[in-house]
Structures are given as C-alpha cells and as structure tokens.
Design a protein around this ligand. Structure first.
Ligand code: PLP
Length: 452
C-alpha cells in the first residue's frame, strides 16, 4: 500500500459531512446521513479523514476489479484528457475504435460489436429496447433474484425488493424462478431433476402460458451478484439458450458484475461456452474510474443494424476518457495475468471459507466462481432458516448491520444483501491482504453465530 495521503479533500471533513447530509442525495438510502469522508485509496485499500484505513473486500460496488488508483488506468485517463476530452458519439476516434476492437476479441465468438454507455442500467435499457425492436415482440422474461439497474425499464426487470420502490412499472415483464440450488422450489431436493434448476423446462412451462410469439427476450445475470452470488448449475445456460433458439427469443446476459474477470474469465458465459445474442457489462471494464458500460451484440444483430437504426443513443456514448480507461484496464489485466491470478485466489478463498464453516454454525452455504464469492447465513443449518429474511436490507437488519459495523471498525469493508455476504475483493489483491480480511471475517461471524 502506498503512503496514506490526506491532501484531499481540501475542505474540513466536518463541513463535507454537513453538506453531504443536507444537500447530497444518496442512492437507495434514507437521506441525511453523515458519511465517512474518504481521502485516498491505493490497491485494495482506502482510508478516511481520520487516517483510518480499510481493506476493500467489496471492490466498492464490485467494480474496482484492478483495485484503486491503478497507475496504468490513471495515466491513460490523464493522457487522453490532454489529447481529446470529448467528441460527439458519431465521430471516429482512435480510443473508440480500439476498445470496440478489443471487445470483439474478448467477447464470445458470435459477439462482434459494441455500443458504449455510461453504465450498466443504460446498457440493459438499450438491450431490451433493441430486443423488442428486432423481434417486434414486447414481453421480457427476467428472474426474481436479479438486479438490472435503476432506470425505468431496468428497475422493472429487477426482481429484488427494490422494484417495489417504483410506481411506474414497465409493462411486459414476466418473472421466472432462479437456479438457486441451495433453495430449490418446494418439494425439490435434487437440482438434476428440478425444472427450475435445469432452466429450459421451466422456461418452456412459462412460455406455454405467455405465448412464445409475444416474448422478445430472456434477460438474466449469468452469475447473480447482488441477490446472493448464485452460480447456475452446469447445463442451465445451454438449456435456456436452446429454448430461446427454439422460439426465436433473444438471450441477454447481464454481466455488469460478473464480467471482466470477476469469475476468472472475461465473461462468465465463457465457463459454459454459451453464446448470448447480447451481453451487457460495465463496472470492471475500467474498474469504475470513469463511468462506462457496454452492450455488445451478435454479428446477426449487427448485420440487421446495418439496415435499421439503433433505437437509442447517448450524449456520452463512447466517451473518449472512458474508452481510454477501458483499454488501459483490459491491457493491464492481460499484462498482469489477472484472470489466472483471480481464479487461483478465488479457489484459495473458498478453501479458507470451508474452514470457517467448520467453526461457524451460521454459515449455511459457500458458493462462487473465481473471485465472485459469497456466504449465506442461516439460523439453523438443518432447516436453512435464513438469518434475516430475503426482503430485509442487509444494512438495516440486525445482526447484519452489527456485523457490518464490527467489520468496518476492524478495518474491513464488507457489504451485505439480505443474509448473504458478498466477498468480492479486487482481482489482484495480495494473498496476505486476503488472509487478513478473512481473519477479520472470522471474528465478525461470531456475531451471526449468536443467533443460531
Ligand atoms: N446489472 C447488474 C448485474 C448490476 O449489478 C448493476 C449494478 O450494480 C446494474 C446492472 C446497473 O448498473 P449501473 O449501476 O452502472 O447502472
């Protein structure tokens, strides 16, 4: 870690807290809180105006995949700012073309072109609009345990309880169940014989009621992030793909969290060799240093778009600073062999978590892929009664909130969603730092054990 620097901010931290509480509106929260003031970050660490440092076991919003202030990404943004900060999205620019060409290289073979957005919501929004436009159908099938964004359409697609916050749902969303093998639908114990965990049979059943000719697309998070780190069983995605093919339905894989090395591959679909029609991503593409998202489409869709205008656009599509940072981040991952490193460290983490499960009765399930891991907490391992209900917001529900506060006090930044702790440190975290974080997690779990 580099030297702790408190040169920034230039304001008195108490003033920063006051202004935050009185004038700054914060995502998904009741307003008026006085936050920690973060004055610097480096690698897997960040620190506050009191000089206290925290190990970032979340990579912020699961986006700082290459850690904080990676010198190559920072330098690329500075260099591009010197050359050209902005030019309209229809103009050619070297960084735009280069990042589009890199995307063509690293996405699955059928995916050939990319629309650059300002983040994940905007990418999903254009993806569903494109799917409706292309098929002439309106319905979109999405899953319950999902988060697809906070804009009108994407919040309607989102299955987690936050979609209840909107009073203006987008029509045409149909829900399907998730391949959540730890909690299969009532009456099922074996994923191999459960239509929901198999994928295709469950989708077929829904289509029987919905009429396949009205369904434009299925959208799913290839590996579910916020809603519990759910890795689909082998065969699930292939089965969904085959059913979509049968009815001319497009498959959209949302890899906003799972993409760019988080699972140890460029995209999580690569684990199963499945080719979606559209992949959306954001976050890890440039470790979040500048807002950037992607909607990448198949050659078939691209060919169609040669004849039909793309139904959407953004002032900041293909923003030069964002593209430059994306190129630098992807090149850094290649040069530093980050995907292989994350695969090894992720496996190491799950081994250590298995040891923790031997001593903490509150650990019900450990799951993950690459450096995208989570533990699900229960009151009782036999009955699998969740430590807090699914609808409970981790930050507000005891004992999750107590655990979060304890870990933070010990210098570990952890975040929770309902009864699941996501463990998603930077992909390049050192082994020593990872073990340090797991040691604090070990002590944090004692709070959960008291409920068992
Ligand atoms: N899709 C997934 C899977 C996400 O995890 C997120 C954000 O967390 C989004 C979409 C929305 O992305 P953004 O917040 O960049 O709009």
């Amino acid at each position: 870690m580099s030297e702790l620097s408190n040169e920034y901010p230039t304001h008195d931290p108490e003033w920063v807290k006051d202004m935050h509480a009185d004038h700054y509106l914060q995502s998904w929260s009741k307003q008026g809180g006085r936050p920690r003031v973060i004055t610097g970050a480096s690698g897997s660490w960040f620190w506050d105006s009191d000089g206290k440092r925290y190990l970032d076991f979340q990579s912020q919003l699961v986006n700082a995949n290459m850690g904080h202030q990676h010198p190559k990404i920072v330098q690329a943004i500075k260099d591009q700012a010197d050359k050209l900060c902005y030019i309209g999205p229809a103009m050619g620019s070297d960084v735009r073309s280069e990042l589009a060409a890199i995307m063509n290289e690293i996405t699955p073979p059928n995916i050939t072109s990319t629309f650059f957005t300002t983040g994940g919501s905007a990418a999903n929004e254009i993806a569903i609009r494109l799917a409706r436009h292309k098929t002439g159908r309106t319905k979109i099938i999405a899953r319950y345990r999902s988060y697809h964004g906070a804009t009108g359409g994407t919040l309607s697609l989102t299955g987690d309880p936050r979609h209840h916050l909107t009073r203006a749902d987008m029509p045409g969303v149909v829900r399907m169940l998730d391949p959540y093998t730890y909690r299969l639908p009532t009456g099922h114990t074996d994923p191999a014989h459960c239509p929901v965990a198999q994928g295709g049979p469950h989708l077929e059943e829904l289509l029987m009621y919905e009429n396949p000719n009205t369904v434009a697309a299925v959208i799913l998070e290839t590996v579910v992030g916020t809603n519990g780190i759910i890795v689909p069983p082998d065969g699930y995605l292939q089965s969904i793909r085959e059913t979509c093919n049968k009815y001319g339905i497009l498959l959209i894989c949302d890899e906003v969290m799972a993409g760019f090395g988080r699972t140890g591959k460029w995209f999580a679909v690569d684990h199963w060799g499945v080719e979606p029609d559209i992949i959306t991503s954001a976050k890890g593409i440039n470790s979040g240093y500048v807002p950037l998202g992607t909607m990448s489409v198949s050659q078939e869709l691209h060919d169609w778009l040669r004849e039909t205008p793309l139904p959407g656009g953004l002032t900041y599509a293909g923003h030069p600073l964002a593209c430059a940072s994306g190129i630098a981040a992807i090149r850094a991952m290649q040069e530093e062999d980050t995907l292989n490193y994350a695969t090894q460290m992720g496996a190491r983490m799950r081994e250590e978590l298995a040891k923790l499960a031997e001593k903490h009765p509150s650990i019900g399930d450990i799951r993950g892929l690459g450096m995208f891991n989570g533990i699900e907490l229960v009151k009782n391992r036999e009955t699998r009664e969740p430590l807090v209900p699914f609808a409970a917001k981790g930050a507000d529900a005891k004992p999750m909130s107590d655990m979060m506060a304890f870990a933070m006090n010990e210098g570990l930044y952890l975040s929770f969603y309902s009864n699941v702790i996501r463990l998603t440190p930077p992909l390049n975290i050192s082994e020593e730092d990872m073990m340090h974080g797991l040691e604090i997690l070990d002590r944090t779990l004692e709070i959960a054990d008291r409920e068992c």
